[in-house]
Design a protein around this ligand. Structure first.
Ligand code: ADP
Length: 622
C-alpha cells in the first residue's frame, strides 16, 4: 500500500459527524462551511471551495483554506457554461472531474485559482494547472453547485482512497445544498403566497388609492424590490380616473409618464413581464437606464395590468444587485398579482361609471319631475279661467257647436293636467291618510260612473264581491283613483260586444280586485313598460283611443305606497286581467301593528269601527 492510499484515521469519524449535521442542521451555509473545512483539515487538501448555482452563474459562497486565498475568490462569479465546458473535457473519477494541466487552453481555466509552486517532473505530482472538481447535484439530477479542490495531500494526484473519501464529502455537500434549495423553495412559496394574499386583501380597502398603495408595499416586500409603482391609465375604456401609488417612493414622477406607458405597452405586446437589466436592455426605450441609475437598481420589471385585451395600467418593479433575476415562482406570482390588480382596477372603474350614471339618471329624473310639476301648474291657471268662461258661454247658449267642442277639449286638457299634477304629487309623496276602505264599495262606485259609457259602447259590466266588505287600510281617495283607472281602462279598451268582469276577494291576508276584460289585450313587449309614465301600447287600435299613459304609473305607485301591487296578465287580441292586491288589516304600510284578528272582515262586521284600538278609521262611503 502506498502512502497516498493509506486511510486517513479520523476521516470516517468526521464524515459521520458531518452526515449527522447535514440531516439535522437548519443552517445549510454552516454545514457547507463544515464540509469544506473537513476536506481541508481531514483529507488534507490545501483548499476546498464551494460555489452555488444562481440562475446561470456559479457564485463562490464557501471557501476553506488560507485566508488570503479565501478573500481572493469568495463571491467570485463564473458562468455555468464555462464550468460545464471544463467538465466535458475532464477525466471522470466517479462523481469527480479531473482536468489535467495542458488539456484546456490556459484562458479557459475559468473558476481556477492557480497556486504558486514550481511543477515537478514526477508524473504522480500535482501540477499548479491541474483542476479537480465535483459537480453537486440534487436527488433529481439538477445541478446545484460545484466544489473545487486544490493542493491535494502531499501535493500528489489523489489516490483511490482519497478520492473515495472526497466523494463522500461531496455527496454530503450535494445533500446540504439540496436541503437548502428545498427550504428556500418552501420559504419562497410561503413568501409569495403571503404577498398575493396581502394584495388580494388590499382590494377590500376603501378606495383604489389606498388599495394600490397597500398592494405596492406588499409587492415591494414580497418580491425583494427596492421600488414598486402601480399606475392606472386615465383614458382606459372603462373610466377616466387616474390612480397611482408607489413604495417606498409614493408617486412616480410626471416626467416618467410616457416611459411607463411605453413599458406597459411593450410588456402587454410581449404577453409577459418585461425584464430590463443594466447590461441587457433590448427595449431601446429612452429613459429606462436613467431610471435604473436614479434608483440604483440592477433590474426593472414592467408588468402590464390588463383584463383580457384591455390594458388598464402597469406595475413597475425595481430590484437591486442582490436580487437581480426573478425566479420562475416569482414570475408566476407577479403574473397572478397583475391579474388581481387588473380585476381591482376594472371593478373600481365599473363602480365609478355606475355611480356616475346613477347620479345622472337621478338628476334627469329630478329634472323631469320638476318640469312636469312646473308646466302643469302653469297650464292649470289659464285653463281654469278658460273653463269658467266656457261655462258662462254655455249659460248663454248651448246650441253653438264650437262652444261644445271648446268645452269638450278644455275638459280633456283639464284631465290631462290633473293627471300630470297627480303624477308629480305622487312621486314625492311620503305621508299618507290611513283609513279603513271597503274595496267592494270602491268598485261599485266606479262601475256606477262607467255604466253609461259601457251601455253606449255595448259592453256588459259585472261585479262579483263577497257578502262581507273587503277592507283595507289606506287613503280612500287614492285607492278610488286606482280602481277607477283599472276599471275605466277595461271599458275604454274593450270594443262593443265585449264584457268586463270585476271580482273582489280576500284571502291569506291579501285583498284583491281582479278586472278581466275581453278587449284589445296588450303585447308582451308593451306589458314590460306598461307601468312607466307616458307609456302607451304600440298597438294602433289602442293608440287611436285618447289617453295620457299616466294612469297606470300613478296607480302602481299608489298600490306600492299601500304595501301592495298591480299585476297584469294579458294576450294581445284576447283581453286582459289587471289585479290590484293590497294587504288587509294590520299589514298595511306605515300602520302600527295590531294583534291577529283585531281587524278585518270579522272585526268590521261586529261594528268595531268605534273600537279605540282602531283610532279614527272610518269606512269610506259606507
Ligand atoms: P292611458 O289609458 O291614459 O293611456 P294608462 O297608464 O292607464 O294610460 O294605460 C297605459 C296603456 O296601457 C294604455 O295606453 C293602453 O295602451 C294600455 N292599457 C291599459 N289598460 C288596458 C286594457 N284593459 N286593455 C288594453 N290595453 C290597456
Amino acid at each position: 500500500m502506498t502512502a497516498k492510499d493509506a486511510p486517513r484515521p479520523d476521516g470516517v469519524r468526521r464524515l459521520y459527524e458531518l452526515m449527522r449535521r447535514v440531516n439535522s442542521s437548519s443552517d445549510p451555509a454552516e454545514v457547507l462551511e463544515e464540509i469544506a473545512r473537513g476536506v481541508v483539515e481531514v483529507l488534507g487538501f490545501g483548499i476546498a471551495a464551494i460555489a452555488r448555482l444562481e440562475g446561470d452563474t456559479l457564485v463562490m459562497t464557501t471557501v476553506a483554506g488560507p485566508e488570503d486565498v479565501r478573500t481572493q475568490i469568495i463571491g467570485r462569479r463564473t458562468p455555468v457554461s464555462a464550468i460545464l465546458n471544463e467538465f466535458a473535457q475532464a477525466d471522470e473519477w466517479g462523481i469527480l472531474r479531473y482536468v489535467p494541466h495542458g488539456r484546456l487552453p490556459d484562458e479557459i481555466m475559468s473558476a481556477a485559482w492557480i497556486p504558486e509552486f514550481a511543477p515537478s517532473e514526477d508524473p504522480e505530482a500535482w501540477h499548479p494547472l491541474d483542476a479537480l472538481y465535483a459537480p453537486l447535484y440534487s436527488a433529481t439530477g439538477q445541478l446545484l453547485g460545484n466544489m473545487s479542490v486544490d493542493l491535494p495531500p502531499d501535493n500528489r494526484i489523489p489516490g483511490r482512497r482519497d478520492r473515495e473519501l472526497l466523494e463522500m464529502f461531496v455527496v454530503q455537500a450535494g445533500l446540504a445544498m439540496s436541503h437548502a434549495q428545498q427550504r428556500e423553495r418552501l420559504a419562497e412559496q410561503v413568501r409569495l403566497g403571503e404577498t398575493l394574499q396581502r394584495v388580494t386583501a388590499a382590494g377590500r380597502l376603501l378606495g383604489l388609492d389606498l388599495t394600490l398603495h397597500e398592494a405596492a408595499e406588499a409587492i415591494a416586500s414580497g418580491l425583494h424590490a427596492t421600488q414598486v409603482w402601480v399606475h392606472c391609465f386615465p383614458d382606459g375604456e372603462a373610466g377616466t380616473s387616474e390612480y397611482s401609488a408607489g413604495y417606498p417612493d409614493r408617486a412616480p414622477t410626471h416626467r416618467q409618464a410616457a416611459l411607463r406607458r411605453d413599458l406597459a405597452r411593450a410588456a402587454h405586446d410581449l404577453g409577459k413581464p418585461l425584464v430590463v437589466g443594466r447590461q441587457s436592455d433590448e427595449t431601446g426605450l429612452w429613459g429606462v437606464q436613467n431610471v435604473l441609475a436614479l434608483y440604483d437598481a440592477e433590474t426593472l420589471i414592467a408588468v402590464p395590468v390588463a383584463v383580457g385585451h384591455e390594458l388598464l395600467g402597469n406595475l413597475v418593479i425595481l430590484r437591486g444587485q442582490d436580487a437581480p433575476d426573478l425566479s420562475e415562482a416569482e414570475l408566476g406570482a407577479v403574473d397572478q398579482i397583475s391579474r388581481e390588480l387588473g380585476r381591482m382596477v376594472l371593478n373600481t372603474r365599473l363602480y365609478e361609471t355606475e355611480r356616475r350614471l346613477v347620479a345622472e339618471l337621478q338628476e334627469i329624473d329630478r329634472y323631469k319631475g320638476e318640469l312636469i310639476a312646473t308646466i302643469s301648474h302653469e297650464l292649470k291657471t289659464p285653463l281654469t279661467s278658460i273653463i269658467g268662461h266656457i261655462e258662462l258661454l254655455e249659460e248663454i247658449s248651448t246650441e253653438v257647436d264650437s262652444v261644445q267642442a271648446i268645452s269638450r277639449n278644455a275638459q280633456r286638457l283639464n284631465r290631462l293636467i290633473e293627471n300630470l299634477l297627480n303624477y308629480s304629487r305622487i312621486q314625492d309623496r311620503r305621508e299618507h291618510v290611513r283609513r279603513a276602505v271597503d274595496l267592494a264599495s270602491l268598485c261599485e262606485n266606479s262601475l256606477d260612473l262607467l255604466a253609461v259609457q259601457a251601455e253606449q259602447g255595448g259592453l256588459q259590466l259585472k261585479l262579483a264581491s263577497p257578502s262581507t266588505p273587503v277592507v283595507v287600510h289606506g287613503d280612500p281617495e287614492e285607492l278610488a283613483r286606482v280602481v277607477d283607472n283599472i276599471l275605466s281602462n277595461a271599458v275604454k279598451y274593450t270594443p262593443a260586444g265585449g264584457r268586463v268582469d270585476v271580482a273582489v276577494s280576500s284571502e291569506g291576508g291579501w285583498a284583491e280586485v281582479a278586472c278581466t276584460d275581453t278587449g284589445l289585450g296588450i303585447s308582451t313587449i308593451d306589458q314590460s313598460h306598461l307601468f312607466s309614465a307616458f307609456h302607451r301600447s304600440s298597438n294602433p287600435e289602442a293608440l287611436s283611443i285618447p289617453g295620457t299613459g299616466l294612469g297606470l304609473a300613478i296607480s302602481r305607485r299608489i298600490a306600492e305606497m299601500h304595501g301592495g301591487e298591480i299585476v297584469v296578465d294579458s294576450t294581445l287580441g284576447e283581453g286582459s286581467t289587471f289585479r290590484l292586491r293590497l294587504p288587509v288589516g294590520e299589514r298595511s304600510v306605515g300602520e302600527r301593528p295590531l294583534a291577529e284578528g283585531t281587524f278585518g272582515d270579522r272585526a268590521f262586521d261586529e261594528g268595531s269601527l268605534g273600537d279605540p284600538t282602531l283610532g279614527d278609521w272610518s269606512l269610506e262611503d259606507a
